[in-house]
Ligand binder design. Structure first.
Ligand SMILES: [Zn+2]
Length: 321
């Protein structure tokens, strides 16, 4: 849903979007998701390749192969490549810590630049997705919005006064929800990650069942009234509602977008999400209802392309209706 008339109006666009090409690459633990786009991040072609190794040199070689193959097929030269990863990226240069890739202090941008010979821009994956939502997606027309993603970890992006606010990763992913709750990998009791991350949900439900379950299976069991899965998913949705309420309280954003591959838990237990949201709401100023927008990893790759577009055109390219 868009809200015409809200937010800053579109900037005039004096370049022709179709005359530019950008590549976006999003890395997950399992695969490389890549897209080639125009200046408005319209996806022209996509590619998904399984990652057989998380060794840095192997990943650089694979990204390089994918980029080269896009370049060879492209009708126009590629202006820049954007690459995003889950975890902490320092100054657009170094993957300081990525628990998903098991990388620490990797000068990934320099390595990619050397291999690709094209301008490369590196950032956190949620930053890319948030920028894409701001310019071209569900945050368009909102001067203030937040994006919360549920997946292997909990991601958080914030836009205030039409500008991306640099956010550290931990404040929301380890936001305290219930001090008597389950444990997260950092030893916190009842933080957002302990309740909501896919590994936490899967592990809690697997303990209850005494066998190893998958995330989709947990959601299916929860829909079917299985008492273990139902309880785990409802508690995760309640935690999600409380976290969204905290974001709303602390930032005053008008819109909160919920996404990530784990966000379907919100559909299974929407009443619990709403309860968590309203538990601490004001009588006259309720928190905004979050919108649930599942986005696949191709959308995250598009976010990586937007990192490159933003770096090349920092003044902003807002898509006009
Ligand atoms: Zn934690």
């Amino acid at each position: 849903m868009r809200t015409p008339g809200r937010g800053r109006s579109s900037l005039p666009l004096d370049v022709v979007p179709g005359r530019y090409r950008f590549i976006g690459v999003k890395l997950t633990e399992e695969s490389v998701y890549a897209v080639i786009t125009d200046l408005r991040a319209n996806v022209l072609e996509r590619e998904v390749v399984a990652l057989e190794s998380l060794q840095v040199a192997d990943v650089v070689a694979l990204v390089s192969r994918i980029v080269t193959s896009f370049q060879e097929r492209s009708d126009l030269p590629v202006s820049a490549v954007g690459v995003t990863v889950g975890g902490q990226v320092e100054a657009g240069e170094v993957v300081a810590d990525s628990p998903f890739l098991h990388w620490h202090e990797i000068p990934f941008r320099a390595l990619l630049r050397e291999a690709l010979g094209t301008p490369v821009h590196l950032d956190n994956d949620v930053v890319g997705l948030t920028r894409a939502q701001h310019w071209f997606g569900h945050g368009r027309g909102f001067e203030n919005f937040a994006l919360l993603t549920i997946g292997a970890g909990i991601g958080y992006g914030l836009v205030i006064n039409d500008a991306m606010v640099p956010t550290s990763i931990h404040p929301v992913s380890h936001f305290p929800v219930n001090p008597g709750g389950p444990l997260c990998p950092l030893g916190h009791r009842g933080c957002a990650t302990a309740y909501m991350s896919i590994p936490s949900i899967v592990s809690a439900a697997s303990v209850g069942h005494g066998r190893s379950l998958g995330f989709e299976e947990v959601l299916e069991l929860a829909k079917g009234q299985d008492p273990v899965a139902r309880r785990v998913v409802r508690e995760a949705a309640l935690a999600l509602g409380r976290t969204a309420a905290a974001i709303s309280s602390l930032t005053g954003v008008e819109r909160i977008i919920l996404s990530g591959e784990g966000v379907h838990l919100a559909d299974v237990a929407r009443a619990d999400l709403d309860e968590g949201l309203s538990d601490y709401g004001g009588a006259h100023d309720p928190h905004p209802q979050p919108i649930v927008r599942p986005m696949d990893f191709v959308e995250w790759a598009r976010g990586a392309a937007v990192i490159a577009i933003h770096a090349e055109f920092p003044e902003g390219i807002r898509a006009r209706p």
